[in-house]
Design a protein around this ligand. Structure first.
Ligand SMILES: [Ca+2]
Length: 291
């Protein structure tokens, strides 16, 4: 039997029409055009949704707006958060810096000043010698050549009073005053070593001049040490008719033997005077001080 092509075509159109009219509305009548709803074209979706792949979708400006909104929020959040952070940091720093700098400066300045004062001064000076200077009035009195103070020995004791040393190396100079027996008691080496006791033969007569000496072992003199100068004094002279007894002299602490060669004013530049009130008279013991 022959089927008319016109009938077939009509039928297809009817089917298509039926399908076409029923399709958009079927299954989506409750949320027509809403986000996620089925669609065949954008007008099927509620503005501003667009129909993308048969689904109502938020696109373009809407999507960008959403991003912009998110960005704005992010920026706002960041901006709002940052200032307090910055302020807090800034506020905290200055006090820290000020405090640190202040402390530092004070400490440094104090330390530097103290150090500078100590190091810029004359500094510690070492003393090794004793200088003895005669106070003889240059009037000849001795028939045996013992004019002026007669130095038998100089002994060094430590702070506890223990013997340390005697003079070992000496130098001396006499005044040109002429009296009898100038050759006697004229060797300064007579003042080195231990004292000779009651004898008057082994002493050096200053004769208006001076004697300087350093001690055995090159020992350095320190504050608190004591020095005993043995002069042929009244106690020595008891029973000796020609002995003049106690005589006067000054005692100085000196840096070294060579101090006497350092200019006319060596007494003021490399010595410390230990005696006071007109000098020593006869044998004495002096505590080293002033340095
Ligand atoms: Ca004497």
């Amino acid at each position: 039997m022959r089927v008319s092509s016109g009938l077939v075509r009509l039928c297809l159109i009817a089917i298509a029409a039926t399908a076409g009219c029923s399709s958009p509305g079927s299954g989506s009548s409750e949320n027509l055009g809403a986000l996620g709803a089925s669609c065949t074209r954008s007008p099927d979706c509620a503005a501003p949704l667009q129909c993308v792949e048969n689904v109502c979708t938020a696109t373009g400006a809407d999507a960008q707006d959403a991003v912009d909104t998110a960005s704005d929020t992010a920026v706002s959040t960041t901006t709002a958060t940052s200032p307090p952070d910055t302020t807090t940091t800034t506020t905290t720093s200055p006090p820290d810096t000020t405090t640190t700098t202040g402390s530092s400066d004070t400490t440094t300045t104090g330390g530097t000043t103290s150090g500078a004062d100590t190091s810029s001064g004359p500094g510690p000076v070492a003393y090794y010698a004793i200088f003895v200077e005669d106070l003889w009035d240059r009037t000849c009195r001795s028939s045996s050549g013992q004019e002026g103070a007669d130095i038998d020995a100089v002994e060094l004791f430590d702070e506890a009073g223990h013997h340390v040393a005697y003079l070992d190396t000496v130098d001396a100079e006499r005044s040109p005053t002429i009296c009898s027996n100038m050759e006697a008691h004229a060797d300064p080496r007579a003042a080195t070593g231990a004292p000779d006791g009651s004898l008057t033969d082994h002493a050096y007569s200053l004769w208006g001049g001076w004697l300087i000496g350093e001690f055995e072992f090159g020992v350095e003199l320190t504050a608190g040490d004591r020095v005993q100068v043995f002069e042929i004094d009244d106690s020595y002279c008891q029973g000796i008719p020609s002995c003049l007894g106690s005589e006067k002299y000054e005692v100085y602490l000196a840096t070294e033997l060579d101090c006497v060669n350092q200019g006319e004013d060596f007494r003021d530049t490399c010595m410390i005077k230990l005696t006071a009130g007109g000098g020593a008279l006869g044998s004495i013991t002096i505590e080293l001080s002033g340095f």
